[in-house]
Design a binder for this molecule. Structure first.
Ligand code: E4P
Length: 215
């Protein structure tokens, strides 16, 4: 399973990218808003840092506008996958854009059937929102698991991005459920890196090494 970083913050992206674990970045309008910079400026800077897929979301929900925005975003870098919301207009846009060779990440997926329709329409990626489903008492990982099993048995090429990841256990469960990718906030990536016993072990080895007799 690959890891994408779910952020529009370039400092976090630079840091995580230096660890050699990133295969891409996903953003959304709420994440870009936090940066207080222009949309295109942020996306272009992310593309200059990361060697992998970068998801940039359209803001419009109308077909014609989505298509225009998608072409503009895709022209920023060949790394861009355009994020299109799951809706009737979104499916039409996914179909048209994928026929034009533009990669589409269908976002706001909350059921297997939505994932199936998005894949059939030509999506390169589908993004089930695990955490937001968990929040309303529906096990979000079930959508990832069912989609992964069906996509595998029918030979679909669409990749599943487990999104709306809230903690490290979600990442492990996404891998076990067959997600191709988990897109994780920087805080979760940091949590994945640490273990209290590792930190205690490093400290003890450092202390002990100071008492080793010099030759
Ligand atoms: C990524 O593609 C999604 O936009 C993101 O994971 C949503 O996460 P949230 O539910 O924490 O906002």
């Amino acid at each position: 399973m690959k890891i994408f970083l779910d952020t529009a913050n370039v400092d976090e992206i630079r840091r995580a990218n230096s660890w050699g674990v990133l295969s891409g970045v996903t953003t959304n309008p709420s994440l870009v808003l936090k940066e207080k910079r222009s949309y295109e400026e942020v996306i272009k800077e992310i593309a200059s840092i990361v060697d992998g897929s970068i998801s940039a979301e359209v803001i419009s929900s109308q077909y014609d506008e989505m298509i225009k925005e998608a072409h503009r975003l895709a022209s920023l870098s060949d790394k861009i996958a355009v994020k299109i919301p799951m809706s009737e207009e979104g499916l039409r846009a996914t179909h048209a854009l994928s026929r034009d060779g533009i990669k589409v990440n269908v976002t706001l997926i909350f059921s297997f059937n939505q994932a199936l329709l998005a894949a059939l329409a030509g999506a390169t990626y589908v993004s089930p929102f695990v955490g937001r489903l968990d929040d309303i008492g529906n096990p979000g990982m079930d959508v990832v698991r069912t989609s992964a099993e069906v996509f595998r048995s029918y030979g679909f090429r669409t990749e599943i991005i487990a999104a709306s990841i809230r903690h490290p256990v979600h990442v492990m469960e996404a891998a076990m459920a067959g997600a191709h990718i988990a897109t994780v906030p920087f805080k979760v990536l940091e949590q994945m890196l640490h273990h209290p016993l590792t930190d205690i072990g490093i400290k003890r080895f450092e202390e002990d090494s100071r008492h080793i007799p010099k030759s």
